[in-house]
Write a protein of this length. Structure first.
Length: 452
């Protein structure tokens, strides 16, 4: 079990306290790490105890908390001050002389506009020039458009090689998302049918009941397209549409996902904004909080099969679900032919699991059919304590496994898709609805019946 030093930039922020520190704690609780140091860095003058007090609220099993909290240090650092980075390096070297390793994991839990300078000063101060390994992690969003993403990639690659870089999309750390590729490629019944000959369409639905809450500044700048479509939704699309890799490892899987995104294009879009959004943001902003999108994936496997994405805030329910609609079989019955077809549904949240809908004969009825569900619920099968996304991601970083992290070309292809979307009218919708009233007409025009 190697010794580690975690350096978290943006340590005074909500993400660090709510997700990152609890994830590292869970690794410690489950004996996956033992000798380590966490150094939190941020511009604010704040006490270590204050950060730890907030983080503790998000931990259920506090059995090892007292020993864990002694492994955390806070270091006030101005992201633009090179002297602060040199002083941080001195702090780390002094701790390493006390039998701590020089293996370093740098985690940038900051806004993307800070990525360039933090990466640059990490090299300039020799923070990344250590005897052990150095790995650097970038939280999403990775840039704000294609131009900025390319600039950040160029800056990073001057300091770190691609095998040291971990671009986080926390959705890829969720157990059910990690199960998509395994389900597709380890079950003979699915892979032969996973193509344009047998699939009618694929729907990706990502709806939230909450509004923007305390993320107004960030959200008003980015909206639904940059907040969830560019990263989460397009990554799910790539996993669904990719060709069979030679092996399920980082190089082959990421290469296949990149090929999909390179060939993906938005063909139609409907945008919306929930009522009172402008009052919340105290602006006349037209930032969309809802999007329904039709896309085409111009690969030999899926050419002609429509992909649909629907995502938004302040909708009628919270869910992240993927529906694969298979084409109808030729009806051989004399009467009562099925009105719908088979669906495979992947539930990412809530109630993670998947189900397969089949047609079956109704007892004592010669030709009557009913839809039955073959259902798998993750918590019922494996228990409620499966690892959270950030715990999975940290464990993979420690193991040097980049399979569920996004490669530089994937990021750029995804931004290219978003950047090419033409500006269109943003319609208003009521909180707690399914979206703008125009969704019904748009869906009919685009030949999609959304699954509920």
């Amino acid at each position: 079990m190697q010794k580690q030093t975690f350096i978290i930039f943006g340590a005074s922020g909500d993400l660090t306290q709510r997700k990152l520190i609890p994830a590292i704690y869970n690794l410690y609780l489950h004996n996956k790490i033992k000798d380590f140091l966490i150094v939190g860095c941020a511009r604010r003058k704040i006490k270590e105890a204050t950060i730890l007090k907030e983080a503790r609220k998000h931990i259920t099993n506090k059995e090892k908390w007292n020993s864990f909290k002694n492994k955390f240090k806070y270091f006030q650092l101005d992201f633009s001050n090179k002297v602060d980075y040199k002083n941080l390096n001195t702090l780390l070297n002094n701790n390493q002389n006390k039998n701590l390793t020089q293996n370093r994991i740098f985690y940038l839990a900051t806004a993307p506009e800070h990525f360039d300078k933090i990466t640059h000063y990490t090299k300039l101060s020799k923070l990344s020039k250590n005897k052990g390994y150095s790995r650097i992690v970038y939280e999403k969003p990775f840039g704000s458009d294609l131009k900025s993403a390319k600039k950040i990639n160029k800056c990073i690659n001057r300091v770190f090689s691609e095998n040291q870089i971990y671009r986080i999309d926390h959705y890829l750390g969720k157990e059910l998302v990690g199960n998509i590729a395994l389900m597709r490629f380890t079950n003979r019944i699915f892979e032969p049918l996973w193509n344009k000959k047998h699939i009618e369409n694929i729907q990706i639905i990502m709806s939230e009941k909450l509004g923007v809450k305390d993320r107004i500044g960030f959200y008003n700048k980015n909206g639904v397209l940059k907040d969830v479509i560019q990263n989460h939704a397009l990554q799910l699309l790539a996993l669904m549409a990719m060709d069979t890799p030679k092996k399920l490892d980082k190089n082959y899987v990421r290469a296949q996902k990149a090929k999909v995104l390179k060939k993906t294009k938005v063909t139609n879009i409907l945008l919306g904004q929930y009522q009172r959004y402008q009052k919340e943001t105290k602006s006349k902003s037209s930032t969309p909080t809802f999007a329904a999108i039709k896309l085409k994936v111009n690969t030999s496997r899926f050419r002609g099969v429509p992909f649909y994405i629907k995502a938004g805030k302040n909708l009628n329910k919270k869910e992240t679900t993927i529906h694969i609609k298979f084409k109808k079989v030729k009806c051989l019955l004399a009467q009562s032919c099925p009105t719908d077809t088979n669906y495979l549904t992947i539930r990412i949240q809530p109630n993670a699991g998947f189900s397969l809908e089949l047609n079956s004969k109704v007892p004592q009825k010669r030709y009557d059919l009913a839809t039955i569900n073959m259902d798998f619920c993750e918590s019922k099968t494996f228990g409620p304590n499966t690892p959270q996304a950030y715990e999975v991601l940290f464990e993979d970083i420690l193991n040097g496994d980049q399979s569920i992290f996004v490669r530089n070309d994937e990021i750029e292809y995804a931004w290219k898709i978003i950047d090419k979307i033409k500006k269109t009218k943003t319609h208003t919708y009521k909180k707690g609805s399914i979206g703008p009233t125009q969704l019904k007409t748009w869906s009919k025009k685009n030949n999609i019946q959304w699954r509920s």
